[in-house]
Design a protein around this ligand. Structure first.
Ligand code: MG
Length: 168
């Protein structure tokens, strides 16, 4: 049986995943405003992924007989100095998500809640991917620096990113 405090912590994470979608839509909007449609697309796809993460927890709580509740959201940062600044913000955000997932995992381990420990393993793996992706892009952006050809090639590459929802 999933206890109420672990269930509440999972529900909080569901809401934080939706907040992540909100953060990435704010960055997408900044990129759109800069006429960087590829970068905007990258962050819109990222927002879709975050909604998928939220729905994964939604389904899990339902499967465990728990009632999901939706929370209000903070205003994300809407202004950035550059795309590098936006990616650095995204990377810091993902590091915070990782901290929260680890905390959830600690709670599940303290409760010896094996199904939840197993469920969270997917999120732990996902965070390794997310952090690695943002770190790589930040390094590329730093190397590109003022090379506008390389920068616009990156924008074109990001225009191709799509979201294919996996099974929940
Ligand atoms: Mg996420």
């Amino acid at each position: 049986m999933l206890n109420d405090s672990l269930s509440k912590a999972l529900n909080d994470q569901l809401n934080y995943e939706l907040y992540s979608a909100h953060v990435y839509l704010a960055i997408a909007a900044y990129c759109s405003g800069e006429s960087l449609d590829g970068f905007a697309n990258f962050f819109m796809v990222q927002a879709e992924e975050e909604k998928f993460h939220a729905m994964k927890i939604y389904k899990y709580l339902n499967d465990r007989g728990k009632r999901v509740t939706m929370a209000g959201m903070d205003t994300p940062l809407n202004e950035y100095k550059s795309t590098l600044d936006a990616f650095e913000h995204a990377f810091e955000h993902e590091q915070e998500v990782t901290r929260r997932i680890y905390h959830l995992s600690d709670l599940a381990m303290n409760d010896r809640e094996h199904a939840t420990i197993q469920f969270l393993k997917w999120f732990i793996d996902e965070q390794v991917e997310e952090e690695s992706m943002f770190d790589t892009i930040i390094n590329k952006l730093k190397r590109i620096d003022k090379d506008s050809n390389a920068f616009f090639m990156m924008d074109a590459e990001f225009a191709l990113r799509t979201f294919t929802p996996p099974a929940l």
